[in-house]
Design a protein around this ligand. Structure first.
Ligand code: ZN
Ligand code: ZN
Length: 299
C-alpha cells in the first residue's frame, strides 16, 4: 500500500465530507497498522514460471496456487492481536463487543494447519476460526468481526508477494484471466475505477482486490458478478451530488460493484480508500435489493 497516496486521499476526503471523518480515522489506523506489519515482514523473491502462470490464468487458477506466500503462525497471530486492539478501541463497537474481541483467544483457535489452508479458502478459514471462538451473530463476538480481523491481518502478508508476482510477469497477457475474481488470490473484486487511458483507448475499467490489493483490467460493459454483457440489464445508480461514485448494478443476477469514475473526482483515487468512502452506496444498493456478489445464475 502506498501510504503517501493513502494519506493524501484521506486528507482530501476529510475536507470534502466531514461525516466521513470518524470512519476514515478508524480505517486510517488500520491501514497504518497493516503498513507497519508489512514493513516488518521480510520480502521474498518470487520465482514464477511464465508458461505455468499463463496456463494457470487460462484455467482460472489464481497465481497464489503456484507461488503461495508463506505466513508464519507467530507473525500472523501478532498481526491479529494488533488489528484486534485497534478495532476494539476505535471501531465504535459497544463495550461488550470490544471486551469480547480483546478476550477472544485467537492463538488457541488458529494452528499451523488451519493457517496453511487459509489462502486456498479464505471464507472457510475465517468461519472455522469464528466457530472455534464461539462467535455468533447473537453474541458479543460476531462472525463478521472475526472475518474482518482475520482478513485485515492477512493483507500485509499478501500484498508484497502479490505485487512481486505481478511485477515478475510484466508482459504476460492478463486478458486470458477474464474474471472479476482476483487473478492472484481469487477474492472477488471489491470495487472498480474507470480510468481515462488516452484518446486511442478511451476509458478503461480496473478492478481492485480487497485482500492482496492487486488490480486488473475488466471490460467496461459487463457484470462483474455473472458476466452478463447486455446493455439493457446493466446500469449505474448514484447520488447526483456525487456523480464520481456509482454502483454498477446488474438486473440478471442482482449483483453490484462500487465504481469510482476518476474524471469526475477531484481526489487521489486509492481503491482501499474508495471502498471506505463509498460505504453509504452499499446501503443504497442493499435497500434496492442488490447484493455485492449477486445470485448464482449459472445453469
Ligand atoms: Zn487478491
Ligand atoms: Zn450480473
Amino acid at each position: 500500500m502506498d501510504m503517501q497516496r493513502v494519506e493524501t486521499a484521506v486528507k482530501q476526503y476529510r475536507k470534502i465530507d466531514s461525516q466521513q471523518a470518524s470512519v476514515l480515522t478508524f480505517f486510517d489506523a488500520i491501514w497504518q497498522a497493516q503498513d507497519d506489519i508489512s514493513r516488518s515482514t521480510p520480502s521474498v523473491e518470487t520465482m514464477i514460471d511464465r508458461d505455468a502462470a499463463g496456463d494457470s490464468l487460462a484455467t482460472h487458477q489464481p497465481l497464489f496456487m503456484l507461488a503461495e506466500p508463506s505466513i508464519t503462525l507467530p507473525e500472523f497471530l501478532g498481526a491479529v492481536h494488533a488489528i484486534s486492539k485497534i478495532i476494539s478501541e476505535k471501531a465504535g463497537l459497544g463495550d461488550d463487543a470490544s471486551a469480547a474481541l480483546i478476550d477472544a483467544d485467537f492463538s488457541a483457535a488458529i494452528d499451523e494447519d488451519l493457517l496453511g489452508g487459509a489462502l486456498s479458502d479464505v471464507d472457510g478459514f475465517t468461519s472455522a476460526v469464528a466457530e472455534k471462538l464461539g462467535a455468533d451473530a447473537d453474541e458479543a463476538l460476531t462472525p463478521v468481526t472475526v472475518d474482518f480481523v482475520l482478513t485485515t491481518a492477512l493483507t500485509p502478508f499478501l500484498e508484497g508477494p502479490s505485487a512481486a508476482i505481478i511485477k515478475s510477469l510484466e508482459e504476460i497477457d492478463w486478458r486470458v484471466w477474464d474474471s472479476a475474481d482476483c487473478p492472484i488470490c481469487g477474492t472477488p473484486a471489491s470495487n472498480s475505477r474507470i480510468v481515462d487511458a488516452g484518446e486511442l483507448q478511451g476509458s478503461q475499467r480496473v478492478l481492485a482486490c480487497p485482500l492482496c490489493h492487486a488490480e486488473w483490467d475488466y471490460q467496461r460493459v459487463r457484470c462483474t458478478r455473472c458476466g452478463n454483457r447486455s446493455h439493457e440489464n446493466l446500469h449505474y445508480l448514484f447520488d447526483e451530488r456525487d456523480p464520481g461514485h456509482r454502483i454498477h448494478v446488474c438486473e440478471v443476477c442482482h449483483g453490484y460493484i462500487k465504481t469510482s469514475v476518476e474524471r469526475e473526482l477531484d481526489v487521489t483515487v486509492v481503491p482501499q480508500v474508495e471502498d471506505v468512502v463509498t460505504l453509504p452506496l452499499d446501503d443504497l444498493a442493499s435497500s434496492k435489493g442488490y447484493s455485492p456478489l449477486g445470485e448464482d445464475v449459472t445453469d
